[in-house]
Ligand binder design. Structure first.
Ligand SMILES: [Fe+2]
Ligand SMILES: [Fe+2]
Length: 221
């Protein structure tokens, strides 16, 4: 993406951040029980879920750049979406890529390194806050890093997963990702950047972050 412009940001503000559903294909290999479990969480395959979230994240950056009283809300939404998205990828998707793909180990290591670097920038952005000095510059830094990372995931990892992993497994992974995102931390945590840290820390940090979010929301309203 190019540099943020006011017109682009204002145009983006009119579209809902979390709207839209990708279509899911049928999964003939899924059992009746897992079929019902999948239906309960939408039955979408993981690549569709994550690719849609990449689009929402790009839109979220434009909305978070808007001036005015809604900047805080848009910033919080973007931070939350980025946190739960990366948590689910680190906990579920990169480990499967590492095991299932040719050169999966190197590929997953590169993605994790990018995520670690982006998380450093995210922590700095979080500390600056939406009204702090240098906010737009930091937001743009994070946007560039995240956009590059997302493009590489789609090009190198997601396309390969579609070919190497069965559709029923991709749909199960989609369900795991959605469940993880329902309780994952909502803020960037520098040291939570791999499968083990995410699986161990999410049940503790997730509720803490969500309680802090609720508290801030109550004091702000
Ligand atoms: Fe990622
Ligand atoms: Fe991603």
């Amino acid at each position: 993406m190019g540099t943020l412009t006011k017109q682009a940001a204002q145009k983006a503000a009119t579209a809902p951040l979390l709207a839209g559903k990708a279509t899911a294909k049928a999964a003939p290999a899924v059992s009746a029980w897992s079929g019902r479990a999948l239906a309960a969480v939408g039955g979408e395959n993981v690549v569709d879920v994550l690719t849609r979230q990449h689009r929402q994240i790009k839109l979220g950056f434009l909305r978070a750049a808007l001036p005015g009283p809604w900047r805080r809300r848009n910033f919080d939404r973007l931070m939350r979406l980025l946190a739960v998205h990366e948590a689910a990828e680190e906990a579920h998707v990169h480990p499967v890529a590492r095991r299932a793909l040719d050169h999966g180990r190197e590929l997953a290591a590169r993605r994790r390194a990018e995520e670690k670097q982006a998380k450093e920038l995210l922590v700095a952005l979080w500390r600056t806050g939406p009204h702090g000095t240098g906010y737009l510059r930091r937001l743009n830094e994070v946007r560039r890093a995240v956009t590059r990372h997302a493009a590489r995931e789609e090009r190198e990892e997601f396309q390969a997963l579609r070919k190497a992993v069965s559709l029923s497994r991709l749909r199960m992974l989609g369900a795991e990702v959605k469940l993880t995102q329902a309780y994952a931390p909502t803020r960037p945590h520098r040291w939570v950047n791999n499968e083990a840290a995410n699986k161990l820390a999410a049940p503790i940090l997730g509720p803490v972050d969500r309680a802090l979010d609720a508290l801030r929301h109550r004091t702000a309203s």
